[in-house]
Design a protein around this ligand. Structure first.
Ligand SMILES: Cc1cc2nc3c(=O)[nH]c(=O)nc-3n(C[C@H](O)[C@H](O)[C@H](O)COP(=O)(O)O)c2cc1C
Length: 256
């Protein structure tokens, strides 16, 4: 099955979202009474920002497109692990590489978008959520975007991936145009100070078979060369078949 995967322009999404809210009390089909705003006791500070709830969506199709990010946020997600980006963004795979018509299938290298398109989706989602939070009377969206990059050091050091990371850390070159587009539909967006830093932290995603030394080299690069907060996504298969299938040892902390 081959189907072209096209992203929706920001202007169209803004018209859709704000007109649906005004005329039908819903957004992207989610009724207003189902919007979730976490209570204040769930809030914490993380990476210098307010995280309204320690809950969110893991990297995948639901954090790939701006409208999915908006839907996640409306349903209460506040920590958004964005879909992984990597240098190989033109590989030939069966598309759509995520098929969720019934059971969900995900083929390896499930990258649908080019790096620059991913950045646009994340920027658009960022501006739309800020505009919606303002429209809904919230002080702040209370949301963090967590970048996810893969899958090896050479790819991550490639100039296009480096440009992606740099733009996410400082989107001031691109933010004004996105705000102008949303302002045509929701002028109140101009009254908000939308941070130009979309994210300053990265979760490293690697594939099974990635040698531990390579993970360490990437971690050092992210921490020491770029100075971004870095988490490593642990995948049990990284341990290898022996360790991943060894029977669990009794946990000494659970002994009485
Ligand atoms: C369709 C699909 C796509 C995914 N894409 C990514 C990805 O791009 N990067 C990543 O680190 N994890 C990816 N994951 C893994 C998820 O982020 C998550 O770690 C995994 O699904 C385990 O969480 P769960 O038990 O809540 O599903 C993907 C998972 C699915 C099902």
């Amino acid at each position: 099955m081959e189907k072209a995967f096209r992203t929706a322009p920001l202007g169209l999404l803004a018209r859709w979202i704000f007109s649906e809210l005004d005329t039908r009390d819903s957004v992207l089909g989610i009724p207003k009474q189902n919007f979730q705003v976490p209570g204040s006791r769930l809030a914490s500070q993380l990476f210098g920002r307010t995280l309204a709830a320690p809950l969110g969506v893991a990297a995948g199709p639901h954090s790939q497109l701006s409208q999915n990010i908006v839907a996640s946020w409306l349903c209460g997600a506040r920590f958004i692990e964005l879909k992984t980006v990597q240098i190989l963004d033109e590989i030939e795979v069966s598309r759509p590489c995520i098929d969720a018509a019934d059971e969900t299938y995900n083929c390896e290298w499930s990258q649908e978008l080019k790096l620059e398109q991913s950045f646009d989706e994340y920027l658009n989602g960022w501006v739309l959520v800020h505009a919606l939070a303002h429209k809904l009377g919230l002080q702040d969206p209370g949301m963090l975007f967590n970048m996810s990059v893969g899958y090896n050091l050479e790819g991550i050091q490639h100039e296009r991936v480096q440009r992606f990371i740099a733009s996410m850390r400082d989107a001031s070159e691109f933010l004004p145009a996105a705000i102008d587009t949303v302002a045509k539909v929701y002028p109140g967006v101009r009254d908000i100070e939308i941070p130009h830093q979309l994210s300053n932290h990265i979760t490293l995603s690697t594939m099974h078979g990635c040698p531990p030394a390579e993970i360490e080299r990437i971690g050092r690069h992210l921490l020491l060369d770029l100075g971004v907060e870095t988490w490593v996504k642990l995948n049990p298969t990284l341990l290898g078949p022996g360790a991943a299938t060894r029977p669990a040892q009794p946990d000494p902390w659970l002994r009485d």
